[in-house]
Design a protein around this ligand. Structure first.
Ligand code: F6R
Length: 365
């Protein structure tokens, strides 16, 4: 049932405040203002490395998780798409655990990667949405995303719920390993508590602007997404979402890679969507935006109030969201990214919930 939404994808985008809140409450004790250590089931303090693998959008969630585990828990993360991971024959030294991320819990390559790690005696954790899935069944520790059934082929709410779980796990690992201060933990928990209300506000506030921007975007054949830090995987996710449902060719790049190739493509026919919260990467990203502008590229900037105030560059659109703690930013910035893809596809008249050639669950290699 789509309720009063045109598509399941739209419904699922708007469900995010609720399902993220629900998911977070599984891992965070809001009353105490701290993560639930016993939700971990993995002895993070005993590890010296973590392997992660997944496909598609779940892989991008994992990439964001890697930044968090390394930064907050000082735990090095090896991550790869499952179709590569399963055949890499990577050495798996003893003090390593493996984490797999999957909405369906049935993705063939992810499952094969899991079995490879299991055969090598690693402890297996799984971030899954379908509790009764094969991946959940074969794991030692299951970390559920409580997104509810996701019907739209393009993943939206499962992604932000995966980010919620990974954020909490990275904080739990940080606390277990003594690398996350109590003050930082409290500040992050506070930010996560407030996140769902902000998501609601943002979804409502930006909708008209995104809709008119999407009308313009639907005229283009190519779109480039740029970001640094955790906004880099989000750029990859934005490009994936747009190509999946609107069939517009899109690519995501680390902003710093611009001058190593993609800058050759910049002209007025390829809008550049820049995901840039006013964080420690902001100045660098602005200089990449200047490089785009100098070559006649049109910029769509997604940032916060400080970011918007700090740049004088002319943009095709500037989407402003509230400033948030870095643990919340990828989830919050996912919302405009999802809405841009959704509205562009709606304007183009594609089958948003059932895009051509795609299946919701990829159970063959
Ligand atoms: C993108 C999308 C796919 C899935 C991928 C993994 O919108 O839906 O890229 O994320 O096929 O699927 P799961 O998470 O079920 O393993």
């Amino acid at each position: 049932d789509k309720g009063n939404h045109r598509h399941f994808m739209e419904k699922e985008i708007y469900e995010q405040p609720e399902v993220v809140s629900h998911t977070l409450s599984h891992y965070i004790d809001f009353a105490e203002g701290r993560v639930k250590l016993d939700a971990a089931q993995i002895d993070f303090a005993a590890l010296d490395r973590l392997a992660m693998s997944a496909c598609g959008t779940a892989y991008y969630a994992g990439l964001i998780g890697k930044y968090w585990f390394e930064r907050f828990a000082r735990l090095p993360v090896e991550i790869d798409v499952a179709s590569e991971f399963r055949y890499r024959e990577m050495p798996l030294p003893g003090k390593m655990a493996a984490l797999f991320i999957s909405q369906s819990g049935e993705t063939a390559d992810t499952l094969a990667s899991l079995r490879y790690c299991k055969d090598n005696q690693l402890t297996i954790g799984a971030v899954v949405n379908v509790r009764e899935s094969t991946i959940a069944r074969e794991s030692n520790a299951v970390f559920p995303t409580l997104a509810g059934p996701e019907i739209g082929v393009a993943s939206t709410k499962a992604f932000t719920c995966q980010l919620s779980v990974l954020a909490a796990l990275a904080m739990i690992a940080g606390r277990a390993r003594g690398t996350l201060s109590k003050e930082d933990e409290t500040a992050m928990v506070q930010a996560l508590v407030e996140a769902p209300r902000l998501f609601n506000e943002v979804l409502n506030a930006i909708q008209p602007q995104v809709e008119s921007l999407s009308r313009e975007l639907s005229r283009f054949k190519d779109v480039l997404y740029l970001g640094r830090g955790t906004s880099f995987p989000l750029a990859l996710e934005g490009a994936l979402k747009l190509k999946e449902i609107s069939y517009i060719h899109a690519e995501g790049y680390a902003a710093g890679e611009l001058k190593h190739g993609p800058i050759a493509l910049i002209d007025e026919n390829m809008p550049v969507i820049v995901i840039a919260p006013h964080d420690r990467h902001f100045e660098k990203t602005v200089s990449n935006m200047q490089e785009v502008a100098a070559r006649g590229g049109q910029i769509i900037l997604i940032t916060d109030e400080r970011g918007a105030a700090a740049t004088t560059l002319e943009t095709m659109a500037t989407i402003v969201v509230p400033a948030v703690n870095e643990i919340v930013a990828p989830m919050l910035y996912a919302l405009p990214v999802q809405l841009i893809a959704y509205h562009t596809a709606v304007f183009m008249g594609t089958d948003v919930d059932q895009p051509r050639n795609l299946a919701k669950s990829v159970t063959v290699e």
